[in-house]
Design a protein around this ligand. Structure first.
Ligand SMILES: [Ca+2]
Ligand SMILES: [Ca+2]
Ligand SMILES: [Ca+2]
Ligand SMILES: [Ca+2]
Length: 475
């Protein structure tokens, strides 16, 4: 049965795809688009064209839980016409098809109830208490009027550096949610501009933490081409640490979270290029690569890849050697498999782990496998009576036969105390030696004679036994 080899390839491929998906284009193709929005590039969405009365929204397919912190980064382009309008809004809300009103509502508006929003407003609507500078504000429940109680923070100039952001440039924006401290922060052009502390889950969403996240945008009488790109920024909501399993001899590509950025990978061993975001690696043993990069706002990103290199041949050692293992009645015995930590061991009853405890003779099986290979070890454990006997003579002449005197058993015997006396009652041997007495005393050969012994042992059943008697040393 060798199917694990095939499935392991599939698993590796799947993990690799997941890694690529998570690290470089987590956001790609995952937005539900409404109104005039369309995907204008692999990582970009145009919300509005330069046409009056356009309304658009995009919602990420995957709802997020506000019980968890998030860190969203993206680039916003508000068009090239300062006298244009109207801007875009980052929104947390509950419908994948939500689409609001054009003009001063910025594609948001009263139908977004409940919702939590950050507006990026590029047109001065007096009725909403706007001002000429392009500004941002934190809002709720579809409100765009800065004098209304649902205006939660701001308005404030979007950019700390310029009153106008309709300058053809992409502006880096970061929105972070610290779930523990219920703190939301908005960074524009790499600078913290607004923050809000509040129980968004309960105060706004009635206790339901699951929301859609995305953007609305609109034009009115005035227009602009308005777009959002997730390149080079990506969501870092997902864990970056991944285990990747490959087979010995295979190559794999690492993929950092910021596409095309300069990376520093450690260690550089085995990398096709330690300074690109997606080097090829061909490790020969388990290794962890750590990639570090800095984005245009000076934020450090670290990606960690644990690569497990599976051998194509399973090596193992058995303890005790299974082939000649026996078990006494009432004895408990641990069958042990020593093998690479990459390998898993499944015993005949489905249990896993390096050791399996048995109390009966019989047939046992261990299947040792990794993502690339598998092998089966069959073993028979026989039974034995565990009787311990003491010989009445031995011949310590070095010929390999009967050279030692001690307890004899088909099972393991633990010696607790072992003494031998000569005919004058003098102790000639007093050792806890598993091999027994070699017929010497104080380094000299003891003469042929009859000796007396006492020995205390634990037999293979775990029972303590005491023996005493005579033994004849024959030279
Ligand atoms: Ca404007
Ligand atoms: Ca406005
Ligand atoms: Ca406004
Ligand atoms: Ca402007």
């Amino acid at each position: 049965m060798n199917f694990p080899k095939l499935s392991s390839k599939l698993i590796s491929t799947f993990i690799l795809l997941l890694a690529v998906f998570f690290f470089t284009t987590e956001v790609k193709g995952q937005f539900i688009i409404n109104g005039t929005a369309f995907q204008s590039a692999p990582d970009c969405y145009q919300l509005t064209p330069a046409a009056p009365g356009s309304i658009a929204s995009i919602w990420n397919e995957d709802q997020i839980s506000l019980s968890n912190s998030f860190d969203l980064r993206f680039n916003m382009n508000f068009g090239c016409t300062d006298i244009g309008a109207d801007g875009m809004v980052f929104v947390l809300q509950t419908s994948p098809t939500a689409l609001g009103q054009s003009g001063g509502d910025i594609g948001y508006g009263a139908s977004f109830n409940p919702s939590f929003a950050v507006e990026f407003d590029t047109y001065n609507n007096i009725v909403n208490a706007d001002f000429d500078a392009d500004h941002i504000a934190i809002l709720r429940n579809g409100n765009v009027d800065h004098n209304h109680p649902n205006n939660l923070a701001g308005p404030i100039n979007a950019s700390a550096m310029a009153a106008n952001i309709e300058d053809c440039n992409y502006h880096p924006v970061q929105i972070t949610w610290d779930a523990d401290n219920m703190l939301l922060e908005v960074f524009f052009d790499c600078t913290l501009r607004l923050s809000y502390t509040g129980d968004i889950i309960n105060d706004i969403f009635g206790g339901d933490a699951m929301v859609y996240w995305g953007f609305t945008g609109s034009t009115g009488g005035k227009t602009n081409v308005q777009s959002i790109c997730f390149y080079p920024y990506v969501s870092t909501m997902l864990a970056s640490n991944q285990d990747i399993s490959i087979c010995e001899g295979e190559d794999i590509q690492l993929t950092g979270s910021i596409a095309n950025a300069d990376y520093t990978w450690n260690p550089s061993t085995g990398l096709s290029d330690p300074n690109i975001f997606n080097p090829m690696v061909s490790p020969t043993e388990n290794i962890t690569y750590i990639g570090t990069t800095i984005d245009e706002c000076g934020n450090e990103f670290i990606d960690t890849f644990n690569i497990i290199v599976n051998s194509l041949e399973i090596n193992y050692e058995l303890q005790p050697a299974f082939s000649d293992t026996t078990i006494c009645d009432g004895e408990v015995l641990d069958l042990m498999v020593q093998t690479s930590s990459n390998n898993s061991i499944v015993w005949q009853d489905g249990s896993m782990g390096n050791s399996f405890t048995i109390a009966q003779p019989g047939f046992y099986e261990a299947v040792i496998s990794n993502d690339c290979s598998t092998t089966t070890v069959n073993l028979e454990v026989g039974s034995t009576d565990c009787v311990v006997s003491m010989p009445n003579a031995f011949t310590p002449d070095g010929d390999g036969v009967n050279d030692f005197f001690g307890p004899v058993s088909t099972s393991d015997v633990d010696i607790l105390q072992f003494k031998i006396f000569n005919r004058w009652g003098e102790v000639v041997f007093n050792e806890i030696s598993q091999q027994g007495w070699d017929g010497t005393s104080e380094g000299k050969a003891a003469p042929s004679d009859v000796y007396v012994y006492t020995v205390e042992i634990i037999n293979g059943n775990g029972t303590r036994e005491f023996f005493s008697g005579d033994v004849t040393l024959i030279r």
